[in-house]
Design a protein around this ligand. Structure first.
Ligand SMILES: [Zn+2]
Length: 129
């Protein structure tokens, strides 16, 4: 994740920071290495959104085209199931940036969940991210 909560602020990861997940409020640790984009990781091994995938620079570049407050917004269905949209516009349109291969039924499930959704799929495969 790009954002976590610390002292009432929505912060991007920086070395050695610990903060809270904005969705489940569990502890998240800033991962600021050289190989992957800097991100917040849940201290426990499980992410509160089981649809969440690790991000590449490609995801960040897309997200960054939109205002920060639109990025990584959670949505819950009537059963309380949580999923985090890469971007959620104020009008309720979810944008999902999909880098890795995904099964058709997964796409259908996620589309049904968000209802108002636009998929942006990377067509050019690149192993360097
Ligand atoms: Zn969480």
């Amino acid at each position: 994740m790009k954002f976590a909560n610390l002292n009432g602020e929505r912060l991007e990861p920086a070395p050695k920071l610990t903060a809270k997940c904005p969705f489940c409020e569990s502890d998240v640790i800033a991962r600021c290495g050289k190989l992957r984009v800097w991100h917040w990781a849940h201290k426990s091994t499980t992410h509160c959104d089981h649809w969440w995938e690790s991000e590449k620079q490609w995801h960040r570049d897309w997200k960054n085209l939109f205002p920060n407050e639109w990025q990584e917004q959670g949505r819950r269905d009537d059963n309380g199931e949580l999923h985090i949209a890469d971007v959620l516009t104020p009008k309720g349109l979810a944008l999902e940036f999909q880098h890795s291969a995904i099964a058709r039924d997964e796409v259908e499930k996620r589309t049904a969940f968000h209802n108002d959704i636009c998929w942006i799929v990377e067509g050019a495969r690149s192993d360097t991210g």
